[in-house]
Write a protein that binds this ligand. Structure first.
Ligand SMILES: [Cu+2]
Length: 284
């Protein structure tokens, strides 16, 4: 704070300083996880999220234009038409051109917003032919992942501070898990989402994915990760006392690394043949 005051006194333009800080913030933003002082979304790692980010910025500019326009109108009214400046007000009650304009222009703006908005919704909900299917089951309070085609299933539990400290690199607090989901790069991954006890929600910001995990109902979503890396998400539906402690960790790796992981996982996490895929299935 003292430094800031000194800088302001020394004549450094505050706007330039803020721009520099914001620039530094985005440069520091790590891929796949939130960062302190983050502005805007997490970095995108999938085409759907690219679209969402574009749409967010697009709507932001429309909002800015409308806000500036309304502010300008208010200022004009305050300055030009106050009782001192304009003692005898006009008695105008109708202006056909103006009334048509203030009806049609907002409609046009809404259509301009609606077209890309519905296009993005459609791409999110219309699942392309999948290369890989993963079933994510929300439990109180962890996630079980099933790869039905490869007959593997494992549960993913948040790492505590002691376990994190032993790892290199140290995973982020409240986000790192013992058994992350591993997916190959540039492949369409269909995610089937369900809850085993209460409603949870499967969300990974960098992929633009958020889907409710509802007991007794199989929801579907999809993503195609186009950048290798580790991506974190969290349960996004209040689901009980440990809601904040059931993170999602997705590792996007190349084809060879995926094959190696899969071979290992088939030994470690093999599904008992004949047994139902999850506890949910067993209940039904
Ligand atoms: Cu949950």
């Amino acid at each position: 704070m003292l430094l800031l005051k000194r800088l302001i006194r020394s004549g450094v333009p505050v706007l330039a300083l803020m721009a520099a800080l914001l620039g530094a913030g985005s440069a520091l933003a790590a891929l796949g996880q939130p960062t302190p002082w983050q502005m805007g979304f997490q970095q995108s790692a999938a085409p759907t999220m690219d679209d969402i980010t574009w749409f967010h910025n697009f709507v932001l500019w429309i909002i800015i234009a409308i806000t500036v326009f309304v502010l300008a109108l208010l200022l004009i009214v305050i300055v030009k038409f106050n009782a001192n400046a304009n003692p005898t007000p006009s008695r105008t009650t109708h202006n056909t051109l103006l009334e048509v304009a203030w009806t049609v222009i907002p409609v046009v703006i809404l259509v301009v917003i609606a077209v890309p908005s519905f296009r993005i919704l459609f791409t999110q909900l219309n699942i392309p032919p999948a290369d890989l299917t993963i079933k994510a089951t929300g439990n109180q309070w962890n996630w079980t992942y099933t790869y039905p085609d490869d007959k593997i299933e494992f549960t993913s539990i948040m790492l505590n501070d002691a376990d994190r400290a032993k790892m290199n690199p140290v995973p982020p607090r409240l986000l790192g898990v013992d058994n992350p989901v591993v997916v190959p790069i540039n492949k369409v991954v269909r995610v089937q989402v369900i809850g085993s006890d209460v409603i949870h929600a499967f969300a990974v910001p960098s992929f633009g994915v958020k889907m409710d995990a509802i007991p007794g109902r199989l929801n579907e979503t999809w993503f195609k990760a186009t950048r290798e890396g580790v991506y974190y998400g969290q349960c996004s539906e209040l689901c009980g006392k440990d809601h904040a402690f059931m993170p999602i960790e997705v590792r996007v790796v190349n084809e060879q690394a995926y094959a190696a992981w899969l071979a290992d996982a088939k030994k470690k996490f093999a599904l008992d043949n004949g047994a139902p895929a999850t506890a949910v299935a067993a209940k039904q």
